[in-house]
Design a binder for this molecule. Structure first.
Ligand code: AMP
Ligand code: GLY
Length: 419
């Protein structure tokens, strides 16, 4: 089979690496891919939102399956375009991807189908929003309705902070159209986890739960980022909480999407928080999480392409998991998530039997040397039956980055402290 992976981040490199292990996959293309993906696949210079070019490429190169990584092409209708040409593609249509594309839509679905989540209201008017915030008090959470690359959420601890967040979205248009509506919701306290599932209509097959580390610095301090590391499974989670999340959150959401005329096919991602009343939804995504994918896919024993074929044809893929822990620590450019320099040469990345390297923001020159092109540069991961061993492997490897203060990483990924 020829497979095309759309996207250019760590998640897509992880998908590509998993596909290299399939005996059914002969050729892998990535559009546009990144410096590290070039080692495992053929990268083609088509951006992930150039829908017509992607369709043409898939036809000309006899692509048997296309897997869409990021949310932006999903919401741009890449799946709709592939399906209308009769091409096999894994991911939701833009109508179903709205569960990620509009927080107001996602909240309305949760309300209608009684899926546990924070109380909320949606506003387009600043004065009404201000009144609501003053009524509710703090802490309170302000969210831009649309896609904001993970930056559209403010957990406000003062009334001023909450109102400023609303004003920056509704008045100053900080997020453009994505911030023309704001969702204001109740603050929930608890540990977070991510539960992703293969979904086809009503069928839901959960993956191993994972925990992302969203804050930039050790101890969950500093600004929110796209994710500084992750681990899977999550030792403090009880099986009853996972079952609850599958039965009371993922399955009713999949059913609700059918009832709304937007049947979901692809990966449904629930960002959850363990409250005293059980897990509640913080957000839904319509795709694999990044960096969760980088630690969950190595634990999956099945052939990924076979799983996709089975799920989309209504068959149980019978997922089988390694009995081990997988941890991944992100190396980021100094300054990320704010301003940072690019084109910094990476240290040598020796092959290791204990660690795997997943590239995110890297480029590769004609001599095969890597340099940084993004905020999150790469992830060093390790899998072992003992969490402590996986962790030691990673931090031994990461010493290579200590000589250069152009990069930083968190030193506490996988310790399973609070959050
Ligand atoms: P999101 O971009 O929706 O994943 O939100 C970013 C982060 O904001 C989450 O990982 C949570 O830590 C926090 N957050 C979002 N919604 C809430 C909420 N209702 N209560 C507490 N924290 C929240
Ligand atoms: N790791 C969070 C996300 O993928 O949205």
């Amino acid at each position: 089979m020829n497979v095309l992976v759309i996207g250019s981040g760590g998640r897509e490199h992880s998908i590509v690496k998993k596909l290299t292990k399939s005996s059914q996959v002969t050729t892998i293309f990535a559009a546009p891919g990144n410096g590290g993906i070039e080692l495992d696949a053929t990268c083609v210079p088509i951006e992930d939102t150039e829908v017509d070019q992607l369709v043409t490429f898939a036809k000309q190169n006899r692509i048997d399956w296309t897997i869409v990584g990021p949310e932006v092409p999903l919401l741009a209708g890449v799946v709709n375009a592939f399906k209308s040409e009769g091409l096999n593609v894994f991911g939701p249509t833009k109508q179903a991807a709205l569960i990620e594309g509009s927080k107001d839509f996602a909240k309305a679905i949760m309300k209608k189908y009684r899926i546990p989540t924070a109380d909320y209201q949606t506003f387009t008017d600043v004065d009404e929003a201000r009144k609501y915030i003053e009524q509710q008090g703090v802490p309170i959470v302000v969210k831009a309705d649309g896609l904001a690359a993970g930056k559209g959420v403010v957990v406000a601890t003062s009334l001023n902070e909450a109102i400023e967040a609303v004003e920056s979205m509704l008045v100053d248009n900080q997020f453009g159209e994505a911030g023309n509506r704001v969702v204001i919701e109740e603050f929930l306290a608890g540990k977070e986890f991510s539960l992703m599932a293969f979904v086809e209509g009503e069928d839901v097959y959960p993956l191993m739960p994972a925990r992302d580390h969203k804050r930039a610095f050790d101890g969950d301090l500093g600004p929110n980022t796209g994710g500084m590391g992750a681990f899977s499974p999550v030792p403090d989670l009880q099986q009853k909480d996972i079952d609850f999340a599958v039965e009371k959150i993922l399955k009713p959401t999949a059913k609700g999407m059918i009832a709304e005329g937007r049947p979901f096919s692809g990966i449904l991602y629930a960002g959850l928080i363990e409250t005293e009343q059980g897990p509640k939804v913080i957000e839904f995504n319509a795709r694999l999480g990044d960096p969760e994918t980088q630690v969950v896919l190595p634990l999956l024993k099945n052939d990924l392409i076979q799983v996709i074929i089975d799920v989309t044809s209504g068959k149980d893929p019978e997922l089988v998991w390694e009995d081990a822990y997988c941890i991944g620590t992100v190396v980021a450019s100094k300054g990320y998530p704010a301003e940072y320099s690019k084109e910094i040469a990476l240290p040598e990345l020796p092959k290791s039997k204990d660690c795997f390297i997943i590239h995110a923001g890297t480029g590769r020159d004609q001599f095969g040397n890597f340099h940084s092109v993004g905020g999150r540069v790469l992830l060093v991961g390790s899998m072992d039956k003992k969490r402590e061993v996986a962790q030691k492997n990673i931090y031994d490897y990461l010493k290579a980055f200590d000589r250069d203060d152009s990069f930083f990483y968190r030193t506490d990924i996988g310790l399973n402290k609070k959050k």
